[in-house]
Design a protein around this ligand. Structure first.
Ligand SMILES: Nc1ncnc2c1ncn2[C@@H]1O[C@H](COP(=O)(O)OP(=O)(O)O)[C@@H](O)[C@H]1O
Ligand SMILES: [Mg+2]
Length: 332
């Protein structure tokens, strides 16, 4: 399949009072056209900062120190602010956790939806409003023509998130980055939004990066999963390979903490012990070693490289950064 996105050795840090916070430490991955990738890891592991680094949507204290990003065959690593604005408006759509931070509370929904269209596609207002109504219908908002004239607070949380999805899709982007888009919603609405995105993706063949701290949410949704820890990619494989054949102790821990039907009601789920990593220092060994029950001597001495190994399907890849084979407990 054709590649939409190629990311190589992305590194981002924040200037802090006494040094740097190393948030993204060499992230590499690719995304095919029409493919859906889930990015998972505990809160603070660098999911948002990595993906926002791709499109340079970062606070002023952030600094991208390395990396190459190729989108649709074009190297955008060195694109300036004007070029990046254009790319964000036309090629990349974004959906965030809290629609209220992205929607303007004082502007009618139709006007907000149309602004981007009028600006980036230079189409007339009446045509833009028709398009906006069409997209509201597409994301399952009934009475769309009427809704265009309402303000965000007149909609429920789930409906506002649908408006955000419509807004992200309106420019027909080739890539959508959805950053924990359902985290603030209750479980039923969450499931509806997941179904909606799956459905839209089939209709529009958009590539999607879906960021979440909840591995269970990705089941039956994404094609591939990339697991992050401490600003590193520690494992990446097809969905089934992650669920059935996890090879990183951290992924194993994430899977064990998913409640399953087998878990007795009321019984406590195992969580991953130990404290999250200190991002003020670059690790000299595996970043997960301090919390890892499989740890060997080498793990504290050298950062394991992200190696490509064969996945279960012929020709598929399973990338893994771990010195130990968790099946035998021995160094590989
Ligand atoms: N504005 C900021 N200033 C300093 N450090 C930050 C800032 N934003 C994020 N970080 C650091 O970067 C790390 C990664 O953050 P983030 O990508 O938001 O994590 P998540 O995986 O939860 O999306 C965090 O642990 C945090 O320490
Ligand atoms: Mg985040």
């Amino acid at each position: 399949m054709a590649k939409l996105l190629e990311v190589e050795n992305l590194q981002t840090r924040f200037k802090a009072r006494n040094g740097f916070v190393y948030a993204v430490n060499g992230v590499s991955f690719t995304l095919d056209k029409g493919e859906m990738l889930g990015v998972v890891g505990e809160s603070g592991c660098g999911k948002s900062v990595s993906m926002m680094s791709l499109i340079k949507l970062l606070p002023p204290s952030a600094e991208i120190t390395n990396g190459r990003v190729v989108l649709d065959g074009k190297d955008i690593s060195r694109a300036n602010t004007t070029e990046m604005n254009r790319i964000r408006g036309s090629k990349v759509g974004m959906i965030f956790q809290d629609p209220m931070t992205s929607l303007n509370p004082f502007m009618k929904i139709g006007k907000q939806l149309c602004e981007g269209l009028i600006y980036h596609k230079s189409i007339k207002k009446t045509e833009a409003m028709q398009q906006a109504a069409k997209y509201l219908e597409l994301v399952g908002i009934s009475n769309a023509e009427h809704r265009l004239y309402e303000y965000p607070h007149q909609l429920s949380g789930g409906m506002r998130q649908r408006v955000m999805i419509a807004m992200a899709l309106l420019g027909e982007p080739s890539l959508v980055i959805a950053d924990e888009p359902t985290t603030a919603l209750d479980v039923t609405i969450q499931a509806q939004i997941v179904e909606l995105v799956k459905d839209l993706r089939e209709k529009m063949n958009t590539s999607i990066i879906w960021i979440t701290h909840d591995l269970s949410l990705l089941a039956g949704m994404v094609d591939r999963i990339m697991v992050m820890y401490s600003g590193f990619v520690v494992e990446e494989a097809k969905l089934d390979d992650i669920y059935k054949d996890p090879r990183h102790p951290y992924t194993l821990g994430l899977l064990k903490s998913i409640p399953s039907l087998k878990t007795e009601a009321g019984s406590r789920l195992p969580s991953i012990g130990g404290a999250p990593p200190n991002l003020f220092v670059k690790p000299t060994g595996c970043p997960f070693a301090p919390r890892c029950s499989f740890k060997k001597e080498i793990c504290t001495k050298q950062v394991p490289p992200l190696e490509i190994t064969p996945g279960a399907d012929s020709g598929s890849r399973h990338r893994i950064a771990c010195w130990v084979d968790i099946k035998t407990g021995e160094v590989r």
